[in-house]
Design a protein around this ligand. Structure first.
Ligand code: IDP
Ligand code: MG
Length: 150
């Protein structure tokens, strides 16, 4: 099973889209093993987006992500990384496929609603950055699992 870190970004929380976004992952069968509302501080934001540190949009990206509360989730599933990123859609919302979260609710890259980890390795790192082990219900037995996972 893979783990991905999902962030319902400040624009999505402010726009009242949190429930809609959770619903899409939940409906797909991805299993929620961690979830909380939090205000990300600058240190964590810079760590999370460290790979983009040299990019011209870095400062604005950090300001955006710390500007209001976010909902962070750890989702688990077979192929969770690829599945979640397909549900999220392309980075630029105006080019994202209709049916994806960004394609249905977004227009601009700097207001693209959701984050999802881009590799198995980064999923593990990002989950550990945002959640303590005690905050994760790692082993919980979801009764429908046998109807979702073969
Ligand atoms: P991803 O979120 O689809 O994985 P990345 O390329 O990893 O996209 O970029 C991380 C985040 O940085 C994007 O989701 C977006 O919020 C922001 N971002 C990326 N490129 C730009 C840009 O050109 N202008 C403003 N923000 C950007
Ligand atoms: Mg990324």
């Amino acid at each position: 099973m893979e783990r991905t870190l999902i962030i319902v970004k400040p624009d999505a929380v402010q726009r009242g889209l949190t429930g809609e976004i959770i619903k899409r992952f939940e409906g797909r069968g991805l299993k929620i093993i961690g979830m909380k509302l939090m205000q990300v501080d600058r240190e964590l934001a810079e760590k999370h987006y460290d790979v983009h540190r040299e990019r011209p949009f870095f400062a604005g990206l950090v300001e955006y992500i710390i500007s209001a509360p976010v909902v962070v989730m750890t989702l688990e599933g077979s192929d969770a990384i690829v599945a979640a990123r397909a549900t999220i859609g392309a980075t630029t919302p105006s080019e994202a496929a209709p049916g994806s979260i960004r394609g249905d609710f977004g227009l601009e890259i700097g207001r693209n609603l959701v984050h999802g980890s881009d590799s198995v390795e980064n999923g593990e790192i990002e989950v550990a950055n945002f959640f303590s082990e005690a905050e994760l219900c790692g082993g919980w037995a979801r009764d429908v699992d046998r109807w979702v996972f073969e």
